[in-house]
Design a protein around this ligand. Structure first.
Ligand code: HPA
Length: 281
């Protein structure tokens, strides 16, 4: 089955359950899924009930779409995502991001958990993603171009929308959060990096490393969405961290950061919504 056909099937499956049209789609990363509790819910759909939608096999990644409002903003939250290391094809990994575009969302707001290597970074920091390095994972646009979504050779000179980044910066200030900024690099995982790999990434100008987000951002830009992203630096990267890395530690750090994260995302989403309402005029 072609990618667009599969997407259409997913869309029909969602539309059979809700006619909700979100302005913003928010992807909640590891340990950050509890944000969805804040939403004034209009509908909830388990990934397994969406025909053809990939479902996560990782513990701590609940799979659910939550539709609703937050301070008047129409939002869909993806509680959990699938990762390339689970064995899905890259086109399945980005299917949810593309589906968000077909549901009507103009903005894709991505979040994730990462290891930090930027100067002065500490575990528990948040980093605004200003740019990314995608060269270590397959490009999600490889294969026949899906013309219904976008062009064969999409521009990537501003993946992370400058205006949206500005709104997130202001929101962090309002919340009293010292928001870091930098370049995020996606690797396939599932093993964490070696110190030598982290050393290499540092030389390439990487500030945070993780196992998601970049391919979704590429697919969303291809489909014409505006993209922004915040990373929760759950640990210092291998070789910088004094202790070995564990998934439990990453999840626990995510949970500890959750209150600050929720404040930042709530403020940012409201700011973005105000911005979208001025763009529409
Ligand atoms: N490396 C890769 N992915 C991660 C890390 C890390 O150190 N922490 C959380 N996700």
């Amino acid at each position: 089955m072609g990618i667009y056909e599969k997407l259409t099937r997913c869309l029909e499956s969602v539309r059979a359950k809700t006619d909700f049209v979100p302005q913003i789609a928010l992807v909640l990363g590891s340990g950050l899924g509890s944000f969805a509790e804040r939403i004034n819910k209009a509908a909830e759909i388990d990934y397994k009930d969406i025909d053809g939608f990939p479902t996560s096999t990782v513990e701590g990644h609940a799979g659910r779409l939550v539709f609703g409002t937050l301070g008047g903003v129409k939002l869909v939250c993806m509680q959990g995502r699938v990762h390339y290391y689970e064995g899905y094809g890259i086109e399945d990994v980005v299917l949810p991001a593309r589906l968000m575009a077909l549901l009507g969302a103009k903005v894709l707001f991505l979040t994730n958990a990462s290891g930090g290597l930027g100067k002065g970074f500490r575990a528990g920091d948040f980093m605004l993603i200003r740019d990314h390095i995608s060269c270590f994972v397959p490009n999600p646009l490889i294969g026949k171009n899906v013309d219904e979504l976008g062009t064969r050779f999409p521009d990537m000179s501003e993946v992370y929308d400058k205006e949206l980044c500005g709104i997130i910066r202001e929101s962090a200030k309002d919340c009293g959060i010292d928001l870091k900024e930098g370049v995020y690099c996606q690797l396939t995982g599932p093993s964490f990096e070696t110190p030598a790999e982290i050393n290499m990434l540092a030389r390439l100008g990487v500030d945070a490393v993780g196992m998601s987000t970049v391919v979704e951002a590429i697919a969303a830009r291809h489909a014409g969405m505006r993209v922004c992203a915040v990373s929760c630096v759950c640990n210092l990267a291998a070789g910088i961290s004094p202790t070995p890395l564990t998934h439990d530690e990453v999840q626990e750090a995510g949970r500890q950061a959750a209150p600050k994260f929720k404040a930042l995302i709530t403020e940012s989403v409201e700011g973005i919504s105000d911005h979208l309402s001025t763009v529409r005029l």
